[in-house]
Design a protein around this ligand. Sequence first.
Ligand code: UDP
Length: 239
Amino acid sequence: MTSSLKSSRRILIKLSGEALGGETQFGIEPAILSEMARSIIEIRNQGVQVALVIGGGNIFRGAALQKAGMDRTVGDHMGMLATVINGLAMRDELIRQGTHCVLMSAQGIASITEQYAAQKGREILEQGSVLIVAGGTGSPFFTTDTAAVLRAVELHCDEVLKGTKVDGVYSADPFKDPDAVLYKTLTYKEVLTKELQVMDLTAFALARDHEMKIRVFSMTREGALLNAATGGDEGTLIS
Ligand code: UDP
């Protein structure tokens, strides 16, 4: 098997940690975990190769810990470990629902995850297993959005799917402005010139420089994730 072999559509889904926490946005809500795993298996069963990056904001964020007085680097290490905790929970749920799944982490925690390695990751995806990539980029001062784009580029994914509370990118905040318009497509340049909020700038610049498509869609609307993952015209596509 060569490192670049890709026999079918390959996507990377970025889920925020907060989404796992449900209404409180803290910790892990078992019913949400179970429903997310069910959706991922549904996508996998359509023949799509699925990589998953989960944030850690439902447990710790370095910036918040810094505000409370902690050293930022230590806080970010805690945030990255939080993404490993979420990854462990998701791996367990996927396996319990009958799907083979591998958890890799940027930090070597040999007894509980595999060490992240791009080529190994691509082989795992090609074999049809779900691949969870935890531990962020492995470095402080970055976000899991940046990790998601970085891993998508390394793993030769076709698209990054970013689940949000709204069903795409709007001209203004749809919760505050009734005239806000949903964009179906945008170029990287349009996102920057219109100053639209898609991802943090580091993540976005990486996507633009490597022409990694980003699709923003609703995490809460039923069927949206499956439609986005199987190439449907869902949410907003940035390319
Ligand atoms: N983090 C980091 N480097 C990375 C990715 C994440 O230091 O490459 C830390 C950072 O403290 C961040 C936390 O992990 O706040 C959790 O990630 P994020 O806030 O992106 O999670 P999400 O908002 O997606 O739940």
